[in-house]
Design a protein around this ligand. Structure first.
Ligand code: ATP
Length: 435
């Protein structure tokens, strides 16, 4: 079994990126081989103390056996990984090399950066990953899960060991890949030279890729908006297509790139049993729309859903066109929603919606005919019964003629535009392959 090297909480909002640190670890540990792809593991997206996407990394290292396969390129040299490796014991030497890389590349001066590193002879129990991706894990529980398995290093409050250990605990049930490309240091902070046209064509040229381009917003999504070393990241289901997809972009040449195995786009964070719902978890629930959605100041759209008790479901302004889907719902519609539970105000932040059944929406289409003489009756005031002017017959308001309105939405699945999806949320493009 290879060694499991997990690292987390190294970056700040002002730059850097834990995945870049992975490339530095690969460089510094070149005496060892990578066993399998490097891993980028996203954890609970609702954790309030995350920097951005709550991502941790795990490298499996050892002495490779058999033929290697290319997983990256760093400063002109190919990076290979191996399917299997010989047994390697966690050593103070390896931990010291990794710790030096963490110290060199972490934003330690940032008060919210609390790096952690683990070096384990085998992965911790998988339950640690599932808890960390779906719920909140206490540091002492993470430490208990790795007890006796190897070494750890912490900086400042060392909260990063939670993510580092959870990344090492990941045994993929479902997986995707991402090729991350990094810029020449002299270009960090300058505009990225990637042509929007070449990104627009990525889905067509490489159908196994996803989340490349946002047609609703005409926005390239593969490039970050921060001044970090990342040039771009292309996500997909086929790791072998990703280097070619990257090369097909032209434009700025990356100084290095690495293909990561990830849990992005898997929906691993979604609790299937809504009874386990708690603040900061993401759940999938089915229920009935209780009232017509309304738009709040700021552009968010909200509707009450009948679930255990009524709960407000919110589609936030950044989800742009997705809100039109939500606005088209009506009382009585039956839906299945995926969303994150928020405590104050108690609500469900919508990630995805499936419209299961549409309720008929009826609108008044005129006064009823008189039951005695057949003439159209007249209204005799708000809330008052209808009255026939000729024979005086009355009919209650509930006898108004109603017509079914055409609906602006059809049953089916809907998701926010590419640019406002969570890293770990499964894009609808992947659904048919996995369900
Ligand atoms: P980036 O995406 O830029 O790498 P980030 O969003 O991953 O940054 P971090 O700086 O890594 O954010 O901070 C996340 C912190 O939360 C880490 O210290 C990690 O150990 C911790 N953490 C992650 N998941 C959980 C969880 N489920 N419960 C408790 N703590 C967690």
């Amino acid at each position: 079994m290879p060694l499991y090297l997990g690292v987390d909480d190294t970056d700040s909002l002002r730059g850097m990126c834990t995945t870049f640190l992975a490339t530095e670890l690969v460089r510094a540990l070149s005496e060892w081989d990578l066993i399998g792809y490097p891993r980028l593991v996203r954890l609970n997206p609702n954790i309030p103390w995350k920097t951005r996407g709550n991502g941790a990394i795990c490298l499996r290292i050892g002495k490779g056996r058999g033929a290697g396969f290319r997983v990256g390129s760093i400063d002109g040299g190919d990076v290979f990984a191996y399917e299997r490796g010989t047994e390697t014991a966690p050593s103070e030497g390896i931990a010291a090399i990794a710790a030096r890389v963490v110290e060199r590349w972490s934003a330690l001066e940032d008060p919210t950066t609390n790096p952690g590193l683990v070096l384990l002879r085998k992965p911790p129990p998988p339950g640690l990953y599932w808890r960390a991706v779906r719920d909140v894990v206490r540091k002492r529980d993470a430490l208990r899960a790795i007890r006796g398995l190897g070494l750890r290093r912490e900086w400042k409050n060392g909260r990063g060991v939670i993510g580092a250990a959870a990344a090492a605990a990941w045994r993929p049930r479902d997986r995707t890949y991402e090729v991350l490309a990094y810029r020449e240091p002299s270009r960090w902070g300058t505009p990225r030279e990637i042509s929007a046209t070449s990104v627009r064509g990525l889905d067509a040229r490489f159908p196994s890729t996803f989340n490349n381009y946002d047609p609703d917003d005409d926005r390239v999504v593969i490039t970050p908006r921060t001044p970090c070393p990342v040039l771009c990241g292309i996500r997909g289901d086929d790791p072998q297509e990703l280097p070619a997809a990257l090369a097909s972009l032209g434009g700025e040449r990356p100084a290095r790139w690495l293909v990561f195995e990830t849990n992005q786009g898997t929906d691993d964070h979604v609790l299937r049993d809504p009874r386990a719902a708690r603040p900061w978890t993401t759940i999938q629930v089915s229920g009935t729309v209780l009232r017509e959605p309304r738009t709040l100041p700021g552009g968010h759209v909200v509707f009450p859903l009948r679930w255990r008790e009524p709960i407000d479901v919110l589609a936030y302004e950044p989800s742009k066109g997705f809100r039109a889907v939500v606005r088209a719902l009506a009382a009585g519609d039956s839906v299945r929603v995926v969303g994150a539970i928020r405590t104050t105000p108690r609500s469900l932040n919508l990630e995805k919606i499936e419209v299961l059944r549409l309720a008929p929406v009826l609108r008044p289409a005129g006064n009823p005919p008189c039951t005695a003489c057949g003439r159209r009756m007249k209204s005799s005031g708000r809330g008052a019964p209808y009255r026939c002017r000729r024979c005086g017959t009355t009919r209650p308001r509930s006898d108004a003629v109603l017509l079914e309105s055409p609906r602006q939405i059809a049953p089916g699945r809907y998701e926010p535009p590419v640019g406002s999806r969570r890293h770990i949320a499964m894009p609808l493009k992947r659904l048919p392959r996995t369900r």
